[in-house]
Structure formats: structure tokens, C-alpha cells
Design a protein around this ligand. Structure first.
Ligand code: FEO
Length: 394
């Protein structure tokens, strides 16, 4: 089976839809699969391929190129060395012996270290460099740290298509070439932003400002549907990467014998009654991607944990380590939970969050089952959170 789709005359999608993949980087759940978008650009003189799909889909890419009767590729533009963009390079270079691999110096270095290409077959491109394919021309735009240091975008001026690699993408297997169901793609793109892009907010804002100078009719990402209405995804990214936070509390928690759970229930109700939106996650059964997504906008995170083995529950520590790695713009934090005879639960959670510039509210920790004084402390915590949110949002 083959599948190729025309974007503009001489520009085709020739990638692979991975309907069944359920995990990425041995970390990120892919509940809706993904796609590895690869693009063939045929100019009047030269032919270029942008990105080279995951190794598991090499045969799909090769079949698509074969179905189009492609006998010669002059350039394989590797926008990013990660294996889901470069996995089929080795086979491609065998089948297309004239092809040169183009990329940033960092990308080419990585590809050589991954043993995907030899020094003789690579050609470095510089930031802003232009290259002609005859009646079509490509410009390369360096876009480091979304999410590796090697990434470039590629702009096809004649067709006003910007190829943005991982940036602005989504893990979404779909029969739609374009993001026609924007509500669906918004959710998938926000989740993808949270899992992959969020730690690089400052770079994202720089890249958004730079591509603002281009006239863009289509944004062609390396994962998920393309955007024929670029404003949709650019506005979403501007919002997510801004410093603005929302009146939301993210509350990941774990409870062993029910004490922490009682406190979580109480705090959730206290926050709701004060007009604060709450996103609550039971850490014994949750989706990492949904937790990451909830951190994109939230002003506050409260971690709920019992004490075990003289410290925080490992699931709560994992959530803290994850939040720390994702570097959300969250401003406030607190810890609630319980203990039987003591431990270093508070210190462990606090030191796990060094990347976040957090202001901590007083923790609420109950000995065993929460008592009246603990519920009063939870009310005070809810008051403080609601007041801070009001201050920030007004
Ligand atoms: Fe699509 Fe960074 O890999």
C-alpha cells in the first residue's frame, strides 16, 4: 500500500501514519498514535526530500517514493537528527546514491554519531542560506532548542510553505492532511507542546517572532496534520508560551490509607467553592501527557503525598521531577499530605523542583487522619491560592 498527497504542484506528503504507536521516548503515551511527515519537493532542476521518517516506517516511505517513480533525489534535508526524522536515512542513501544530506552542523554531527550517514555524503547549511531547485527555492532557518540544539526550519518561498519539524506539531494519527477539526488538533498540539516544547518557552517565543516575518500559507510540521490556517496554531503557541497563567490548580496526589485522599477531597472542594479551577490526578492511575498538558496554563501546583519509607511517596516524587523537567510557568506551589511517625517528605518534594521559580504556600501535613485543625489549614491554603490568583489575573 502507498499513500502520497499533493500539497501544491511539485510538493507532496510522502510520509507515514503510525496508527498503532503508543509510546514515545519510552516516556510519552501516544493515545492517538502519530505520523512521521516527509515531504518531496520537485523543482524544475533538482529534487529534495524533507525528513526521513522513523526506521520502523522505512518501507512505507520507500514505497511512496517508488509509487511516484522517483529515480533520483538530490538533497535529503534532515531538519533534526532524532531518529523519528532520520531512521530511514541509511536505506535512502543506498537507494538514492546521488543524494546529499543537508542539515545544521549539529544535526550532521549527530547523524554521523548515530552511524546514519558518512562524512562524504553530508553538506552543512547555514542559518538564512538559500538553495535553488530550479523553479522552487528553499531557505533554511536555524531554530535551535525546540527541542534539540540541531533543529532547522525550511521555507519554500514560491509556495509559501514553512516546514517546521517538531515545532507546532502534534502526535495525532489522522486521515486528515490538514487540521480540519481544530478542536481535536488543538488538544493534541497542546499535549505535544507540554511534553516536548514547554521547557523551551524562551526559544519558542524567539522563533515565533522570527517566522512572523514570513508570508506563510501552509505550516507543514513533521508530526500530525498540517495547518492551512497558520494563525490557529501560531496564536495557540503564543498563548501557551506567554507568561500569562490561568486561575487553575493542578493537584497530583497519591494516598496509601486514605488520609491524604481526604485532604485532597477537602482542598478540591474548597478551591472550587472559591472559584478556582482544579485538575486532579490520582498518581496510581493517570496519563503523563494529560498531567503535562494541565501544567501549561496553571498558576499553582499542589502535590499530595503520604509518607513512606521516611519520605515522600515515589509516585509523588516522580510527578515533582517530571514537573521540574517540563519547566511550566507555574508560579505557586504547596504540599499536602500525611505521616505516621515522621520523615523528610516536604524536603524531598521541595528540592525536586529547582527549575521552577515557585513561591511556596505553607504545607498542610496531618498526623494520621486529618483533624479539624488540618481542615482549617486547608481552608487557609485555599484562601491564599484564590487571593494570589485574583491578584495575578486582575
Ligand atoms: Fe520528532 Fe524530536 O523528534
Amino acid at each position: 500500500m502507498t499513500l502520497t498527497r499533493e500539497i501544491k504542484p511539485g510538493v507532496k506528503w510522502v510520509g507515514a501514519i503510525d496508527w498503532d504507536r503508543r509510546l514515545f521516548d519510552a516516556l510519552i503515551p501516544l493515545p492517538e498514535g502519530t505520523s512521521y511527515n516527509s515531504y518531496l519537493i520537485q523543482g524544475s532542476e533538482k529534487t529534495a526530500l524533507i525528513d526521513a521518517v522513523d526506521e520502523s516506517m522505512t518501507d512505507v516511505l520507500l514505497s511512496n517514493l517508488s509509487a511516484l517513480g522517483i529515480k533520483k533525489i538530490d538533497y535529503i534535508i534532515c531538519q533534526h537528527a532524532e531518529q523519528d526524522h532520520s531512521g530511514s536515512l541509511k536505506r535512502l542513501l543506498e537507494i538514492y546514491p546521488d543524494a546529499k544530506v543537508l542539515g545544521s552542523a549539529k544535526c550532521l554531527d549527530l547523524l554521523m554519531h548515530f552511524d546514519l550517514v558518512s562524512k562524504q555524503r553530508v553538506q552543512e547549511v547555514k542559518d538564512g542560506e538559500k538553495m535553488t531547485l530550479g523553479d522552487k527555492s528553499l531557505q533554511f532557518i536555524y531554530a535551535p532548542w525546540v527541542h534539540w540544539p540541531d533543529t532547522i526550519f525550511t521555507y519554500l518561498a514560491e509556495d509559501q510553505i514553512l516546514f517546521t519539524c517538531d515545532f507546532l506539531g502534534s502526535h495525532l494519527a489522522s486521515s486528515d492532511l490538514y487540521a480540519s477539526d481544530e478542536a481535536l488538533v488543538y488538544r493534541a498540539a497542546k499535549r505535544y507542546y507540554a511534553e516536548i516544547m514547554m521547557p523551551f518557552r524562551q526559544n519558542i517565543n524567539k522563533h515565533l517572532a522570527r517566522i512572523e516575518e514570513l508570508t506563510i500559507a501552509v505550516i507543514a510540521t513533521s508530526h500530525g496534520p498540517l495547518y492551512a490556517r497558520p494563525r490557529f496554531i501560531l496564536d495557540a503557541y503564543r498563548d501557551w508560551a506567554s507568561d500569562r497563567v490561568k486561575n487553575q490548580v493542578v493537584l497530583p496526589y497519591v494516598s496509601m490509607h486514605g488520609s491524604t485522599r481526604i485532604m485532597v477531597d477537602y482542598l478540591v472542594d474548597a478551591l472550587i467553592s472559591r472559584g478556582v479551577e482544579v485538575k486532579r490526578f490520582d498518581l496510581t492511575d493517570y496519563d503523563v501527557g494529560e498531567l503535562a498538558k494541565s501544567l501549561v496554563d496553571a498558576a499553582t501546583v499542589v502535590i499530595g503525598t503520604p509518607t513512606i519509607l521516611a519520605g515522600a511517596h515515589p509516585l509523588a516524587l516522580y510527578a515533582a521531577i517530571l514537573a521540574n523537567a517540563l519547566r511550566p510557568k507555574t508560579r505557586y506551589a504547596s504540599i499536602i499530605g500525611s505521616f505516621g511517625w515522621g520523615g523528610k517528605m516536604l524536603e524531598q518534594i521541595t528540592v525536586a523542583l529547582p527549575n521552577l521559580k515557585l513561591q511556596f504556600f505553607d504545607p498542610v501535613v496531618a498526623k494520621g487522619q486529618p483533624k479539624e485543625a488540618d481542615f482549617q489549614a486547608l481552608d487557609r491554603l485555599a484562601d491564599e491560592i484564590a487571593a494570589k490568583h485574583k491578584e495575578d489575573l486582575d
